[in-house]
Design a protein around this ligand. Structure first.
Ligand SMILES: Nc1nc2c(ncn2[C@@H]2O[C@H](COP(=O)(O)OP(=O)(O)OP(=O)(O)O)[C@@H](O)[C@H]2O)c(=O)[nH]1
Ligand SMILES: [Zn+2]
Length: 360
């Protein structure tokens, strides 16, 4: 006998497919601050064996979205069926129409899906995104998604602790809102903190949302995520909150650029450390640039494979991906999200320091 909370392996509990008719597609909205581990979760779910057709929707933020999307794609290879982009600054207005149109189009082309996973930008208000699926049900569209929406809030435990020590910034406000609206809170990156800190974070989460389920994860992995049945269980219990407030990510900017050529690994490390740790780079107004999220695909000298660069606040990592570079097409692509960013200055430093070294 299976325990109530344990997801059975890949055998359906019910002889009927869990989702059959149009208008019954469960949606899981994945929220969480920049870099909390949302994409890691998507990749985990999509690479695990399951018999479900899953549509993945990214709701990206800022001008970097096309590039960010391609970074995520190259991470997961051909696993994703198709990409939809709900690109706009203000989620509260147009996302509703665009988003549903996009899903309708996708279903016309590809047939039905069993599940929809929607990764929101780390700065989104989940309520606004959820209302996109909710309001349409009332309007009776062809493919209304019937409000079985599950919201997860991902917590980057390290940032959570840091922000809790600081005064109540709007960043923390948006994290609190995500928790308040969530059905499930995933406390991720537990490898980076002590058990005491973890307990404190759990207490805080419970004080914000007494009903929320909490799981602790490393690399967003949990046996319960192995099959999508987990999600359908949650969806039945879900109470949907609607809000049309969008917390503006005021001064946060996205800067992206592409540079062909090979990089020296040492020089790249120094560049990233000066940027993230030392905050040595100033914008034209003399203010230090603060990067809160860094993503990139880079070509390191001597390596055939693409290397992924990922940074969240002061932590960063370089990981070789399974993807090989095509011959003569080694192009470094970088995305910086943060405050006081200046593209020209960043690119100049990058070109001068990281590429230059190889010419010696
Ligand atoms: N140490 C540690 N690092 C993790 C863990 N989970 C994810 N990361 C790292 O955190 C970084 C961000 O992970 P992503 O999954 O891209 O985060 P995200 O929430 O999708 O980020 P955005 O889409 O930019 O908001 C990557 O470098 C991951 O490898 C974890 O449990 N422990
Ligand atoms: Zn992501």
């Amino acid at each position: 006998m299976e325990e109530e909370d344990d997801c059975p392996e890949l055998v359906p509990i019910d002889p009927k497919p869990p989702v059959s008719s149009v208008g019954q597609i469960p949606v899981t909205i994945i929220t969480g601050y920049l870099g909390a581990g949302k994409t890691t979760l998507l990749n985990y779910i999509l690479t695990e064996q399951h018999n479900k057709r899953i549509a993945v929707i990214l709701n990206e933020f800022g001008e970097g979205s096309a590039l960010e999307k391609s970074l995520a794609v190259s991470q997961a290879g051909e696993l994703y069926e198709e990409w939809l982009e709900l690109r706009n600054g203000c989620l509260c207005c147009s996302v509703k129409d665009n988003g549903l149109k996009a899903i309708e189009n996708l279903m016309e082309k590809k047939g039905k899906f069993d599940y929809i996973l929607l990764e929101t930008t780390g700065l989104a208000d989940p309520g606004a995104v959820a209302s996109m699926f909710w309001v349409d049900a009332e309007l009776g569209s062809d493919i209304y998604l019937d409000g079985k929406t599950c919201i997860t809030a991902h917590i980057d435990i390290v940032l959570f602790i840091i922000y809790n020590l600081l005064t109540f910034t709007y960043l923390l406000t948006s994290v609190y809102r995500q928790i308040a609206l969530a059905d499930l809170t995933i406390i991720n990156k537990t490898d980076l903190v002590s058990g005491e800190d973890l307990d404190r974070v759990k207490d805080t989460v419970r004080s914000i949302n007494g009903l929320v389920k909490i799981v602790e994860t490393q690399r967003s992995r949990h046996t319960r995520f192995r099959t999508c049945l987990w999600w359908s269980k949650l969806q039945n219990e879900h109470v949907l909150y609607i809000t049309i407030l969008f917390l503006s990510p005021q001064s946060i900017l996205t800067v992206t650029f592409e540079v062909p050529g090979d990089l020296s690994e040492d020089a790249l490390n120094l560049f990233v450390q000066d940027l993230l740790w030392e905050k040595l780079f100033l914008n034209k107004g003399g203010q230090p640039m603060t990067v809160i999220r860094l993503k990139g695909i880079v070509a390191l000298a001597g390596k055939d494979h693409q290397v992924m660069l990922q940074g969240v606040h002061e932590l960063y990592e370089l990981n070789e991906t399974p993807e090989r570079w095509e011959e003569n097409v080694r192009i470094n692509r970088l995305v910086f999200i943060g405050r006081n960013l200046d593209k020209d200055v960043l690119q100049e430093h990058f070109l001068a320091r990281v590429l230059h070294k190889l010419d010696n």
